[in-house]
Ligand binder design. Structure first.
Ligand code: ZN
Ligand code: ZN
Length: 368
């Protein structure tokens, strides 16, 4: 590995800074030039002078940050030179347009993976391993207890719940994050069971996905449903913040459920106080994180958010140079949505600050 005088990325108050190229990756404070891994709120913030992101992210970024942002869209695998640093983007498999940022300077290669998952997802390009010297990884679900079953099993469970509710004349209200999770659910469920109604926070993102060429079944806003009786058999997708709101009163005798990786933990389900919890995450599980880190070939790994000390220790046990890299990323989605019954989002419970003794029980209790 080429010796570099300075690390290619360092932490500044504004975010992860590449001094050689004079730009930031996913900065949390306004900067002149930002390279964005994906459009979740904790990674793509408003107020930057210029944005660089993957081409498939353009619609969702403009939907969330404003149509007028100064955005340069780069195709996956294409490269641009930014002050002598070669920047290219590769699919991260997390949500539509999510990218790993590859930085190359004087023979030194770093990859900032943002958020990622390695499981296939029809709503975004699949994770693509990128070789590098230094890999920057998340660790949102970086505990051995997190091992996802194949998503099709989760969708079969959602279908069975929806079908039974429809037969009983009940609406099926499924809480999920508006960007990414909702569209993955739309693409995965059996749309022949009944109509699908989406909350106003979800529907604009559905439109952005369809505009990007992602096939989703027909959906409507509740205000567009002419015959309110059809709501009895509907699947309703809403952000967690809609739970307990007057918006919910439109649905006759609803059964409610929550779809999230945190549903793998019993305490999180209990605190959500919903009828059902479906385990569905847009992040890599424990084996997925290891697979992705291994495939990068990196000898050095920086861990940015999630169960950082646990992952650092595990990587060190594998003989890698691993360090924590404190950031302001966090949350399964970073949307800041409160749960159906709670104030703080479980997803924000993911915690760079959690101590080295985090255990399965600790995870259970830490997620509000
Ligand atoms: Zn994130
Ligand atoms: Zn994300």
């Amino acid at each position: 590995m080429a010796a570099a005088s300075r690390p290619l990325l360092e932490r500044r108050p504004e975010g992860l800074y590449c001094e050689a190229g004079d730009f930031f990756v996913d900065p949390w404070r306004p900067v002149a030039r930002a390279v964005i891994t994906h459009a979740h709120a904790d990674h793509a913030r408003p107020g930057h002078g210029a944005y660089l992101a993957a081409a498939p992210a353009e619609g969702v970024l403009r939907a969330r940050l404003g149509a007028g942002i100064a955005l340069q869209a780069l195709g996956y695998g294409e490269a641009v030179e930014v002050n002598g640093v070669r920047v290219s983007l590769f699919p991260a498999g997390h949500v539509l347009g999510s990218a790993q940022v590859r930085l190359e300077h004087r023979g030194e290669v770093w990859v900032v993976s943002g958020d990622y998952k390695v499981e296939p997802d029809p709503t975004c390009a699949p994770f693509e391993p990128v070789r590098c010297h230094t890999f920057v990884t998340e660790s949102t679900f970086g505990l051995p207890i997190y091992r996802w079953a194949p998503a099709r099993e989760t969708f079969a469970g959602i279908d069975a719940w929806w079908r039974a509710n429809a037969a009983a004349g009940r609406a099926s209200v499924l809480f999920c994050y508006a960007f990414g999770k909702a569209q993955r659910i739309l693409a995965g469920v059996d749309a022949s069971i009944g109509p699908i109604v989406c909350h106003g926070a979800v529907e604009p993102l559905n439109r952005a996905y369809r505009a990007a060429g992602v096939a989703l079944p027909p959906t409507s806003l509740v205000s567009e449903v002419a015959d309110r009786r059809s709501l009895a058999g509907a699947l309703v997708l809403a952000p967690p913040s809609a739970g307990g709101s007057t918006w919910m009163r439109r649905f006759p005798d609803p059964s409610d459920a929550f779809a999230s990786g945190w549903m793998a933990v019993r305490g999180a389900r209990r605190r959500r106080a919903v009828d059902r919890g479906f385990v569905l995450s847009d992040h890599a599980d424990w084996p997925g994180l290891h697979a992705a880190i291994g495939a990068s070939g990196a000898e050095r790994v920086f861990v940015t958010h999630g169960y950082v000390p646990v992952m650092v220790r595990w990587l060190e046990s594998q003989g890698l140079d691993a360090q924590s890299f404190e950031t302001e990323f966090g949350g399964e989605e970073g949307d800041g949505d409160a749960g159906p019954g709670g104030a703080a989002p479980a997803e924000a419970g993911g915690s760079a600050a959690r101590g080295p003794d985090a255990t399965a029980a600790g995870a259970d209790e830490a997620a509000p």
